[in-house]
Design a binder for this molecule. Structure first.
Ligand code: GLU
Length: 421
């Protein structure tokens, strides 16, 4: 069944309101554009309730035009390469924000190209010239340090070749890790590097994808930020996005649209009904020079261990190689039972950093005897860093030096805004 021919004969085009009739019934809605990931035999309609539905076309399917689209609306794929507009690079990596719904299984896949993503929000091409590149199409739980490196180099290349800013659509699950890694790797930023995600895919009426992306574009073209940031919904309404520092941001809810928070601090700014307001201190973009990438990381031998009542000493001895972030309880504690194992791994040269599973608040190992014993063993406090920032920082620091004193000094020093000393 040739869908293009069927639509042509019905004089139906993208954006028109149509009715698709088959033996399963009649469905009315707005004809959605075909994307790189739409199957050849599926027509996608946006229903009146805001949901998208895919209809597999069979021999008996008929299409009827109900109403032509309003002519003022721009074609979805219109490209404006007008001069004078800033260039913004969009580097696709995957996740819900860049996903499509498989209308056969209902599953959400990370596959929409950055072009499709930009075209899905037509205002974007009115504001800037977009340069897109698909780096990966993956769920962020599969991201590895090698992916962070690739993103860092590509972002630097874009900024060094004329882009005003770089936007990185990313899965939300590990967005905080990537944001922290880029914060340590990218130096002398001449524009903002903005991670953006979505908790709900764009076929859903409650999707946050469009607003988050548009807010990221606002930050890209209007702000003077020279940091890695994450721009995400800040309330349950569609009115405000927060601009979070990349090395302080964390996903704090599985499904809410305002899941992202700046931990132990405030967002550096907001995008409210399309307007940017800066709220905190931030590094301004460099006026000159090239963006540099320092991607040296010890990315194979660093672990992260959650402390829990049954955590055994053997686990510590097996898992800890060059270093670990213990995500301890409360102010930064682990059971006394595993202190000898910690002593042993430190004696063989490993670095042990203590973060807290409370996430909010500062590690303080001076209060209780367990904490003081850990300090005596040489455990280093993550202070008010998120566990993920502490983990990524330990990788980065150990990629640069293994000198005990220097590692301790760097872990206790604020390098890119990750901790308040
Ligand atoms: N788990 C996936 C990821 O982090 C999808 C979730 C999302 O993008 O929000 O990539």
């Amino acid at each position: 069944m040739n869908i293009d021919k069927m639509l042509r004969e019905a004089r139906a085009e993208e954006g028109d309101r149509i009715e698709v009739a088959s033996k399963f019934g009649n469905v009315k809605g707005v004809l959605m554009p075909k994307t790189a990931s739409t199957s050849d035999d599926v027509i996608t309609l946006k229903l009146d309730n805001g949901y998208n539905v895919g209809i597999a076309v069979k021999e008996d399917t008929e299409v009827r035009l109900i109403e032509k689209k309003h002519t003022s609306s721009k074609p979805a794929h219109a490209k404006t390469e007008a001069s004078g507009k800033p260039i913004v690079a969009i580097l696709g990596t995957g996740g819900t924000i860049a996903s499509f719904v498989d209308y056969r299984s209902g599953a959400v896949h990370p596959a929409v190209s950055p072009e499709d993503l930009a075209a899905s929000v037509p205002q974007i091409s009115e504001l800037c010239n977009i340069r897109t590149k698909m780096l990966f199409s993956m769920l962020s739980e599969d991201m590895q340090p090698e992916h962070w490196r690739k993103i860092a180099h590509e972002a630097a290349n874009e900024l060094n070749s004329g882009a005003r800013a770089v936007i990185i659509p990313h899965g939300t699950d590990t967005l905080g890790f990537t944001a922290a890694a880029l914060s340590f790797m990218l130096k002398n930023l001449t524009g903002p590097v903005i991670l953006v995600g979505a908790q709900r895919s764009s076929d859903r009426p409650s999707s946050d994808a469009e607003m988050n992306l548009l807010s990221a574009v606002k930050v890209a073209i209007e702000s003077d930020i020279g940091e890695v940031v994450a721009v995400m919904h800040d309330s349950t309404s569609d009115d405000r996005c927060a601009i979070h520092r990349g090395c302080k941001v964390r996903k704090m809810h599985t499904s809410r649209r305002d899941a992202f928070q700046t931990i132990n601090g405030e967002p550096i700014g907001y995008v409210e009904t399309g307007k940017i307001s800066m709220a905190g201190q931030y590094r301004k973009k460099a006026d000159s020079g090239q963006v540099e990438v320092d991607d040296k990381m010890d990315d194979e031998n660093i672990s992260m261990i959650l402390s829990y009542p049954g955590l055994g000493a053997e686990h510590i001895k097996d898992v800890v190689i060059d270093g670990t972030v213990l995500v301890g309880t409360g102010l930064g504690h682990v059971s006394n039972r595993i202190l000898p194992a910690i002593k042993q791994v430190i004696a063989r040269g490993a670095f042990v950093v203590m973060a807290s599973q409370c996430v909010n608040g500062r590690v303080n190992m001076n209060v209780y005897s367990t904490g003081r014993d850990l300090l005596d063993l040489g455990v280093v406090s993550a202070q008010d860093m998120t566990p993920e920032a502490a983990y990524v920082k330990l990788m980065w620091v150990l990629g640069h030096t293994k000198d005990r004193k220097e590692v301790k000094r760097l872990m206790a020093t604020n390098l890119v805004g990750e901790l308040t000393e």
